[in-house]
Design a protein around this ligand. Structure first.
Ligand SMILES: Cc1ncc(C[n+]2csc(CCOP(=O)(O)OP(=O)(O)O)c2C)c(N)n1
Ligand code: SF4
Ligand SMILES: [Mg+2]
Length: 291
């Protein structure tokens, strides 16, 4: 996509909202921005409606800031707290029906390959644990079985946050939530392992408490999805509201879990490993796409 279509016709300067003018002037487009550049450019329009201290909101921002080529990236969202931030996103995005996100992304990727045979378009799903591992699990797995060249990002807050605190397959055993008052009875689904055996060429389990790791994993996932096959990044994003914590304590919870079951985990298939080693030389935009 030419970045010229983002520019505002000077004739409309005085009627366009200020935040859009800023986005067009100082967005991530064509600029090779990364997590370390956050704060120096604008990737979201202000005033998203997520709770104070929401770690999903932070992870959303880290993912958006890390895409290799923002102007050629299309995000596919699903119902849940993250969907509330999509209207503030300054990049192409589609909202899909809850659970259907990987089917929509598969069709979109295939259509884009036909429509733009000479140009790479990256398709990235961003959805919650309920959308990915429960209600959309069959659709998620089948997109991996089919080898769709898309990236799936799951915001793992380990519960259904948007509907008030039901347990999900990703909740930890014993979790007591608003609508799971006696505690969850079975263990957390190991979706990274399912992703690996289902055909994902790159899988990462990361934490919002390590922003640079989120950024690096996302970039690898997007590059591998282009060339090799499906990729999966699972980000731990504790929800202070449903965990009944002070807004500032959610990130501390993420930090603590890094010491136990949310330690960084990465799987790279042999083909993906080979590809990543040469990605820099193959890339048409080496400086920006370096992982
Ligand atoms: C087809 C369908 N089923 C159920 C719902 C109700 N619903 C909306 S959000 C949600 C839970 C979302 O949980 P998750 O995917 O973990 O996202 P979070 O809100 O935790 O970020 C549910 C069950 C819906 N909107 N559509
Ligand atoms: S309920 Fe939880 S996940 Fe949803 S916006 Fe609030 S803090 Fe974030
Ligand atoms: Mg959730």
């Amino acid at each position: 996509m030419s970045t010229s279509i983002l520019k505002v016709n000077p004739f409309f300067d005085d009627v366009m909202p200020q935040e859009y003018l800023e986005l067009a002037e100082n967005g991530p487009f064509d600029a090779g921005k990364r997590v370390r550049d956050l704060g120096t450019f604008k990737e979201l329009i202000e005033e998203h409606p997520l709770c104070a201290g929401c770690n999903l909101a932070l992870a959303f921002r880290l993912v958006v800031a890390s895409v290799p080529v923002p102007e050629d990236t299309i995000f596919v969202g699903s119902t849940g707290c993250s969907s509330l931030a999509f209207s503030q996103l300054g990049l192409h995005n589609i909202h899909s029906l809850f659970g259907n996100q990987n089917a929509v992304a598969s069709g979109l990727k295939r259509a884009l390959q036909i429509r733009f045979p000479d140009r790479t378009k990256d398709v990235i799903v961003m959805a919650g644990d309920g959308a990915t591992a429960d209600i959309g699990l069959d659709i998620t797995l089948h997109s991996w079985f089919r080898g769709e060249k898309i990236t799936t990002v799951m915001f793992d807050n380990e519960l259904y946050a948007n509907t008030g605190g039901q347990e999900s397959g990703m909740s930890q055993v014993g979790s007591v939530l608003n609508m799971a008052p006696t505690g969850k009875k079975f263990r957390k689904i190991d979706l990274p392992e399912l992703a690996r055996v289902s055909g994902c060429a790159y899988v990462a389990k990361v934490s919002v408490a390590r922003p640079q790791v989120v950024g690096r994993s996302l970039r690898k996932a997007v590059l591998v999805a282009r060339a090799i096959g499906p990729t999966y990044v699972q980000v731990h994003t504790p929800c202070p509201t449903n965990l009944k914590m002070k807004p500032c304590d959610g990130i501390q919870e993420a930090e603590e879990r890094l010491k136990t079951d949310y330690a960084f985990l990465e799987f790279i298939s042999p083909d993906a490993e080979k590809f990543l080693q040469t990605a820099e030389t193959r890339s048409s935009r080496p400086a920006e796409e370096k992982v």
